[in-house]
Write a protein that binds this ligand. Structure first.
Ligand code: KG4
Ligand code: ZN
Length: 358
């Protein structure tokens, strides 16, 4: 259960079903959630298509290919979600989509599809913030958090610490001044020849390595603020690789992967501890793709246990981009009376869009 400081939305008084479409980057996600008054919305079904295999040949996301693939996938995935939930489009009350941030062309596919379906059905639409989706995604887990909490948002594009007092009440505590944590994983993985996206591959290789083998920098660690900087890490990894010569052994590579992961995780954990301490709260929520990282979870859990706080994560399958978090965020905003779903079928996407203050 979570409290709402707003009331008067028609959707707080009756149940409502939201179809959510995510298409901001390289995953097409569709989901159906049901919201009952005063309860956390429940996931009825979700489906996902990852474009990773398609972009792999290029070493990163190719925006135009991403948009075209979203077009191919979005309606079949929608049909699949409805079939899995044994629901029909006519039962959908609101069509939600990711308005931003993300790739403009990719966002337009989800927005256009949601608005076209809504216009055909005579139903309202709601555009939501991708990071708000990540932030609220742990509410779909078996162990949902309660407000207020500190959130560590760690994705491919963002690294932020926020204080979250309720739906739509987000205060930025600190963020990266250059690369995101996911980017640091991906760029280091690329240097190690692990392909794209490198985060999961690097963390798998790290399991075989010694995290203390290489002394890599932990920038801003001892600064009093809650900001991060990861751009220097890839330079340090490149330098370490150069020193190893043209043919590093498998063990040396695993050691470097483990040391890289340790440097990223160490900074994320220590800044999170600082943020929770400063807030006076005893609850941390971790969201975004890097939240799937096992070393990060282990160390945060250990800190929380020692300090007597709780850590909440999304289900592993909902850590990376998905439609469930978009449908959920829309449903929770409607329940809180923060938004009214619109029915003018005009849409705008926001490729760059800050969450705090929305
Ligand atoms: O949240 P997300 O799916 O997409 C964005 O909104 O950016 O996050 C993707 C990022 C990528 O950088 C990916 O390498 C990273 O999350 N990632 C991981 C792991 N799984 C995904 N990084 C470290 N360890 C993992 N297990
Ligand atoms: Zn994301």
């Amino acid at each position: 259960m979570y409290g709402s400081h707003h009331s008067g939305s028609p959707l707080t008084a009756s149940s409502c079903q939201v179809l959510g479409i995510e298409s901001s980057c390289d995953e097409t996600g569709v989901a159906l959630v049901r919201a009952e008054p005063g309860q956390v919305p429940r996931l009825r079904a979700h489906a996902l298509h990852s474009q990773v295999a398609m972009h792999q040949a290029y070493g990163g996301v190719v925006p135009e290919l991403a948009s075209r693939d979203h077009i191919r996938r979005v309606l079949p995935l929608t049909r699949q979600v409805l079939a899995d939930a044994a629901a029909t489009l006519a039962e959908v009350d609101v069509l939600a989509y990711t308005r931003g941030p993300g790739l403009a062309g990719a966002l337009l596919v989800g927005a256009g599809t949601a608005c076209a379906l809504a216009a055909a059905l005579g139903k309202p639409t709601l555009g939501v913030h991708h990071l708000e989706g990540h932030l609220l995604s742990p509410f779909l887990s078996a162990d949902p958090p309660e407000f207020p909490f500190v959130a560590l948002l760690v994705s491919g594009g963002h690294t932020q610490l926020m204080q979250v007092d309720g739906v739509g009440r987000y205060a930025l505590l600190g963020e990266t001044i250059d690369d995101a944590a996911g980017e640091a994983f991906d760029k280091s993985a690329k240097l190690l020849g692990l392909g794209y996206p490198g985060g999961p591959a690097l963390s798998r290789l790290a399991e075989q390595g010694d995290p203390a083998a290489f002394a890599l920098p932990r920038p801003l660690l001892h600064q009093p603020n809650l900001d991060f900087s990861f751009a220097g890490l890839k330079t340090a990894v490149a330098t370490a690789l150069r020193k190893l010569g043209p043919q590093p052994t498998a063990q040396q590579q695993a050691d470097l992967a483990a040391s890289t992961q340790a440097a990223i995780v160490d900074v994320l954990v220590r800044k999170s501890v600082k943020a929770v301490q400063a807030s006076g709260l005893r609850r941390l929520v971790v969201a975004g793709g890097v939240g799937a990282n096992r070393a990060l979870r282990e160390q945060l859990n250990a800190q929380a246990q020692r300090r007597g706080w709780r850590v909440h994560y999304p289900e592993l399958s909902l850590c990376t981009d998905n439609g469930a978090m978009i449908a959920l965020a829309a449903a929770m905003r409607l329940q809180a009376g923060l938004d009214q779903a619109g029915a003018d079928y005009r849409f705008e996407v926001r490729p760059r869009w800050a969450l705090a203050g929305t």
